[in-house]
Design a protein around this ligand. Structure first.
Ligand SMILES: [Fe+2]
Ligand SMILES: [Fe+2]
Length: 153
């Protein structure tokens, strides 16, 4: 089996994030389903962010031409985490919950689009082919470990 491509792996998680956001916004107020979807989205976001930061953005930060893009992306990861925390504090039966969840979904979509349209291209020029292969394996391992860890909490 050929080794997975780093950008394909990142985009796979992006698609899961988009799908979970869509399902979350369609979920019925106060249901178990709504809470399970929020947990699934939180785990997907956290695991992807951590592994992406370690295997995509750290090497980008080390290159002068990647500084702006990686700094911008890490800032958005933090904003997304704060929005997830905000949603979790709200009553899943209420309208404020849905408004906050919509805000989260918008931020996530904006971030994914910016990564796919800009930051991946910037990183593509910085990482060597060897680094891309090595970091694809590293990303995959770390993402899976983070999902396991967060699911056990
Ligand atoms: Fe990403
Ligand atoms: Fe990201």
């Amino acid at each position: 089996m050929p080794a997975a491509n780093l950008y394909d792996l990142l985009r796979e998680s992006h698609e899961r994030q988009r799908s979970l956001c869509r399902q979350l916004l369609r979920s019925k107020p106060g249901t178990r389903d709504r809470l399970d979807l929020l947990t699934a989205l939180r785990i997907e976001l956290s695991a992807h962010e951590a592994a992406e930061e370690r295997y995509l953005y750290v090497p980008m930060l080390m290159d002068d031409s990647g500084l702006d893009a990686s700094r911008h992306a890490l800032h958005e990861h933090h904003e997304i985490d704060e929005l997830v925390a905000d949603v979790r504090k709200l009553d899943p039966r209420g309208e404020p919950w849905l408004e906050k969840a919509r805000e989260l979904s918008k931020k996530v979509h904006h971030h994914l689009r910016e990564e796919e349209k800009k930051f991946f291209q910037v990183s593509g020029k910085i990482l060597s082919d060897t680094a891309k292969r090595r970091n694809a394996a590293g990303y995959q391992r770390d993402y899976a470990r983070m999902v396991r860890k967060l699911s056990d909490e």
